[in-house]
Structures are given as structure tokens and as C-alpha cells.
Design a protein around this ligand. Structure first.
Ligand SMILES: [Mn+2]
Length: 507
């Protein structure tokens, strides 16, 4: 028997192929994958979503802010497309239990997630046996990165426990081998690869966030691994296992063709280039229209100009006034002395008139804020971590490779407001701060500051492990987009307190 697995991952709520930033048609969204799904589905096909669906686009944001007691559009979409199984991703915890539970109740597909428990009960299943006929059965193991507590609000996961993904898969494969008669085992992992799939060389800090390579290398007995979380495009093998990962925002569909008799497996990826499925669009058209209206609400104007970004690299090298604005908002709501912010991957900035569309396309995550008590010595390590973002190639300043590949991570380069500093990129990592002053005085190791950062960073996200040594002074539960919207309603004529406080030397 030949079976087929079709998988999406990291859809982040993107149903529509029209980009929210400029409303242009793009190769994205479940409405443009739908054609592939219909065409490729045969009687022995399983359609699987690998998580991160509830957060990440304005439709989701609008739903969470104003209509969270209604059915989630992603639940409707998964039901319409007749998904068989789904996994939970780390972002599916971002809006708390009510939304997650409602989604899980409304979606008809079966939850596979096995290494996360709530009140001691597994949220999905330890494993799932799918029987195609009496002689053809496969086992599905759903597993999610156990790193979620690093990023998530404590109250969103207070009833959860997370087992290490590798340990869970190893143990579960063993159980299946001992107790079940199956033709094969597929792992559905909301996580990615910590090492190069071919050479086995480390491609990131080995934190346990991604363990796909270790699983493929060290666990005998599974055949296929559908991965995600890193937003990469992969259809290949790793240590003899067939693996896939499909790009985010519904840009790709992963296809696994599997002959259960011969064990032969082929993998592929298809782009979201099909005709727009208007029936699917109609399912959420009303909510989408309200989202679009909300996005175009004018909130204020930039006094005397705009805050548009035309060169993202330059905007990071010479801290753009838009970053000063983000820090200004954080300082204003927190009363901290210092503030740190990154400029996210594709930030476009604000025209003269600022709308909600500008805010959500500039600050794309539902981050909230945390005020940390930080010593001068930790602040130094923090800024040294930021300085790792840069490198020099042919005497020119550039972005260090690991912030570009395998996943662009420009959101992990923070610019700190409230201190003045000079970074010399010619020096080795960890020794690049040439000077660091607060109100004109060199920062001493024992100095103490309050610094406001996102909850993502406060949890150590981006390998900022030093923040874990800081005491949390307070948390601010409003997300940054709401903070910016409130700031603009209080200051409809926006004046940015811009200061060129960061200097970067490279020649
Ligand atoms: Mn994701």
C-alpha cells in the first residue's frame, strides 16, 4: 500500500494570500495550498498540521483582541480542509488556556501532542495508531519543543509540564516497537534541527530547543519526521530518515509518499501557488473585513515627517528613530532606566499617518514587557551578546552568518536605550564593548539599573541566558502593539526622542 502524508507547519494563522502589510497577492496562505491538498489527496492520505497556528498575523491578533469568544478561523479552516491530525506549537500557548482549549475543542482533527501534559493529563495522545486497513497501520508520535517555558508567560502554562522531546520520542518508539504491530512510525515534531543534516556540525547553541538531528541520529526505528518551528524548507533525509519542514505562513505543503510494503519514502515541497480557494476565503471573510477596517484606523501622525525604513541593515547599524520610538514606548509604560528593542525581520516602519496596520506589521509578535534589575556586569554581557550580530567580510560590516542562516534572526539584535556605547567589531566576540556609559559615567560592574525588555528576551530567548540572573522587578501584561496604540492615543502628534547612542567601529 502506498500512503501519503501531507503536512503544513507554522501557518501562523495565515489563510489569506493577500499580505497584511500591503494587501498584495503572495504565494502564501492555506487558501492557496487548498488546490494542492485537493489534488493530492487519495484514499490513503493523512493531512497533518504541525502547530503554530493561533498567533502571528493580524487576523489572529484581531481575533484575540476583540472576538476571542468566537470560533477561531484556523479551527474552521482545518475543519474545511478536513485535516486528520494536528500538533500544538509553542505559539499556540501565546494567548492562554481559553483560546487554546476552544481551538482544541472546535477543531475536528485529532491532537497528536504527547510530551505536554496539562493537570497531569497528556494534551494529545502518547501516540496514535492510524489504521488504513487491517494489514496497514502506522504509528504517529506528536511532540513539541520543550523550550516553551523559556518564552511563555507563566500563567499560560501553569498547569503544563513539558517532557524533553528526544527522551519522549525515544521512549515512545520503544513502547510502540514492543506493543504494536505497525508498518512504520512517523514523528510529527514542532521543533527543528540543531545540527547540519549532512555533516552533523552544530548550527546553533545546543540548548535543546531543536533536537531533530539527535532524534534522527540516535533513535532507531522511526521512518519519517515532519518538523517545523525553524520556518525552513526541507524535504530530504537525515541519518537515513525521511524528513520535511515546510516554510511558515502557509507558503508550502510538505508531501511524503510512503510505500508501506517496500519501505520506500520520497519527500517533496509544494509552493502556495494554486488558485485562491474562494470557499475557504468566504469562511472568514467577515472577520477578515473587520480586521482590515481595524488595521486602517488612523492612530496619530509622526510630527514633521515619517518613520519609514528603506534599508533594514542601515537601520540596525545606525539605530533608526523607529527603534528609539519602540524604546520610548517601553520606557514610558515601565518607568525603567534602560530599554532594549530589536527591529524585527521585515519591519517597514511608519508613514506620516500611523495606522494599526503599521503597528502590527512593525511589531509582529504578541510580546509583553518585563522590567529586570540588571547589574552593570550583566548589562555588559547583554550588550556583548547583541554585538555578536555583526561580522566583517572584505573589510565591510555585515550580519554574522548565524543570524541569517538557517533562519533569519534579526529580531535577536537588540539596541539598548539609556546608555551610550561603542562596539568594535574587529575584536573577538565577548570583548567588543569599547566604552559603555550611563549619564556620562563609565558603567561599573556593581552598578544597578532597571531595564525593560520583551517577555521573549526576559525568558532568555535568542540565547540571552544572562538575563536569567536578573531579578524581575515587574511585568506589564499589555502586549507591545496595545502599548504603542495607547501611547499614540495619548500623543497623537508623535515626537521621537531620538539619540544616536550606539557607535559601531569596523575599520
Ligand atoms: Mn513558528
Amino acid at each position: 500500500m502506498k500512503i501519503r502524508l501531507l503536512a503544513t507547519s507554522d501557518v501562523h494563522g495565515v489563510l489569506s494570500p493577500y499580505q497584511y502589510s500591503d494587501r498584495k497577492l503572495a504565494e502564501q496562505g492555506l487558501a492557496r495550498l487548498s488546490g494542492h491538498i485537493r489534488r493530492l489527496r487519495h484514499e490513503n492520505t493523512l493531512l497533518i498540521d504541525n502547530g503554530d497556528v493561533l498567533e502571528g498575523c493580524p487576523l489572529n491578533f484581531y481575533h484575540a483582541a476583540y472576538e476571542k469568544d468566537t470560533r477561531h478561523p484556523m479551527a474552521d479552516a482545518l475543519n474545511y480542509l478536513k485535516y486528520d491530525y494536528y500538533n500544538l506549537g509553542n505559539h499556540d500557548f501565546n494567548y492562554g488556556y481559553d483560546m487554546q482549549h476552544r481551538y482544541m475543542r472546535d477543531v475536528q482533527a485529532k491532537c497528536l501532542t504527547g510530551n505536554i501534559c496539562e493537570h497531569g493529563q497528556v494534551v494529545g495522545a502518547d501516540y496514535t495508531i492510524h489504521e488504513f486497513d487491517r494489514n496497514h497501520r502506522i504509528a504517529l508520535i506528536g511532540v513539541t519543543t520543550q523550550h516553551i517555558p523559556v518564552w511563555e508567560h507563566a500563567e499560560h502554562i501553569e498547569h503544563n509540564t513539558f517532557e524533553n522531546a528526544f527522551d519522549f520520542v525515544k521512549r515512545t518508539v520503544q513502547t510502540i516497537k514492543e506493543t504494536e504491530q505497525v508498518n512504520g512510525i512517523a514523528v510529527v515534531y514542532h521543533g527543528g534541527f540543531e545540527k547540519d543534516l549532512v555533516s552533523g556540525k552544530e548550527t546553533e547553541a545546543q540548548t535543546g530547543e531543536n533536537l531533530g538531528y539527535k532524534m534522527c541520529a540516535e533513535i532507531e526505528g522511526f521512518d519519517v519526521m515532519i518538523t517545523g518551528h525553524q520556518h525552513r524548507s526541507l524535504a530530504t533525509t537525515c541519518c537515513g530518515k525521511a524528513v520535511t519542514q515546510s516554510a511558515f505562513n502557509g507558503k508550502e505543503l510538505a508531501v511524503v509518499d510512503w510505500d508501506l510494503e517496500t519501505g520506500e519514502i520520497t519527500t517533496g515541497l509544494l509552493k502556495a501557488n494554486q488558485e485562491v480557494d474562494e470557499d475557504l476565503m468566504a469562511l472568514f471573510a467577515k472577520k477578515e473585513a473587520r480586521t482590515q477596517q481595524w488595521l486602517d484606523q488612523p492612530l496619530g501622525v509622526v510630527k514633521g515627517g515619517d518613520l519609514l525604513i528603506d534599508d533594514l541593515f542601515e537601520a540596525r547599524v545606525h539605530k533608526h528613530p523607529l527603534v528609539s520610538f519602540l524604546n520610548q514606548v517601553q520606557l514610558s509604560v515601565s518607568n525603567a532606566q534602560l530599554s532594549a528593542n530589536a527591529l524585527f525581520n521585515d519591519a517597514k516602519g511608519f508613514r506620516h499617518e500611523i495606522t494599526m496596520r503599521d503597528l502590527v506589521s512593525t511589531y509582529v509578535y504578541p510580546n509583553t514587557l518585563v522590567v529586570l534589575k540588571m547589574t552593570g556586569s550583566i548589562l555588559r554581557r547583554y550588550i556583548e551578546k547583541c554585538a555578536e550580530y555583526f561580522d566583517i567580510k572584505n573589510s565591510e560590516l555585515c550580519v554574522a552568518h548565524r543570524f541569517v542562516w538557517p533562519k533569519p534572526q534579526h529580531y535577536n539584535y537588540d539596541m539598548v536605550e539609556g546608555v551610550d556605547y561603542v562596539l568594535d567589531i574587529r575584536k573577538p566576540e565577548g570583548q567588543r564593548i569599547v566604552s559603555l556609559t550611563y549619564q556620562g559615567k563609565e558603567v561599573q560592574d556593581e552598578d544597578e539599573f532597571t531595564m525593560v525588555v520583551s517577555n521573549y528576551r526576559a525568558g532568555g530567548g535568542g540565547d540571552f541566558s544572562m538575563v536569567k540572573e536578573c531579578e524581575v522587578v515587574k511585568t506589564i501584561q499589555n502586549d507591545m502593539v496595545s502599548c504603542m496604540a495607547e501611547y499614540l492615543s495619548a500623543h497623537p502628534e508623535l515626537e521621537v526622542n531620538h539619540k544616536e547612542n550606539i557607535k559601531i567601529i569596523y575599520k
